[in-house]
Design a protein around this ligand. Sequence first.
Ligand SMILES: NC(=[NH2+])NCCC[C@H](N)C(=O)O
Ligand SMILES: [Mn+2]
Ligand SMILES: [Mn+2]
Length: 324
Amino acid sequence: MDAPTIRPKFLKNGHELGLVAVGFSGGQCKPGVDAAPMALIESGLVSQLKADLEYDIHFDDQVHVYTEQMPKDDPDYRGMKKPRAVCAVTKQLSNQVYEHAKQGRFVLTLGGDHSIAIGTISGTAKAVRERTGRDMAVIWVDAHADINTPEVSGSGNIHGMPVAFLTGLASEPEPTKPFGWISDEHKISVKKLVYIGLRDVDRAEKKILREQGIKAFSMHDIDRHGIGRVMDMALGWIGSDTPIHLSFDIDALDPMWAPSTGTAVRGGLTLREGDFIAECVHETGSLVALDLVEVNPSLEEQGAAETVRAGVSIVRCALGDTLL
Ligand SMILES: NC(=[NH2+])NCCC[C@H](N)C(=O)O
Ligand SMILES: [Mn+2]
Ligand SMILES: [Mn+2]
């Protein structure tokens, strides 16, 4: 197969890819999501990216599994569960992602629960700003908005809060406190955030989306307009000269396609709709990073292989595999 045909606008070239594998489950309560990076790699993802898509992969060959290294003493803070563990992992991850992105590489991060996006998006936002002088946009594909502030979250699970930290809606005024490391250079604007696939949004989150004027395409919008028009509108909102970070929660897909995930919600995207989103974002040439999160191979074990396969498919599409 030929090298990728889309010329990336904000990367050094179309071939260099930094891969980060983050086996972290501390942003929520179900064990097993930390095994996803290994499952994805074992299913052939990395070798496919090398052989079929001809990426030069920069990877430390380590699946960072943080389960054992989590601080023993990690009491709740502002209602958040495991705040120090999440803080430690995301801070380290942010630097790792930053180092790849700073060199103009595409950054692919395999999670892990969605709390890790605090690390990935902060890292790319900072690097992209330094390299290109532009503010990055984020496309968040998910059944959930993950924009609870600690104060309004019903669960205290930080995987339901990353967007609040990244947009500055959940601030941590003191740099010495757990999320005090997140500074302005790491943040994204609510104006450059677009959601696709929402169908399980908490009441307080709906209020935030309304008040902040955040662009969101729910499953209702996808039913009404079709995924093709929704993608035109989503990408039109972002504009053609803006770098894009795509954060893909596998639970955006219907459990029919991706049953092995911690907070599955019925009535979701088909696998083709998920792949189509990834393809459209790839086609812009503006994609600089991708997160794939919330695959939990230990849940719904009969469906685990299918869920992993769906994840591999999304990644391949975002990296240009399916375009002719
Ligand atoms: N990344 C996810 N799967 N998030 C689910 C979040 C569910 C719920 N809104 C919460 O805050 O707890
Ligand atoms: Mn979700
Ligand atoms: Mn999520």
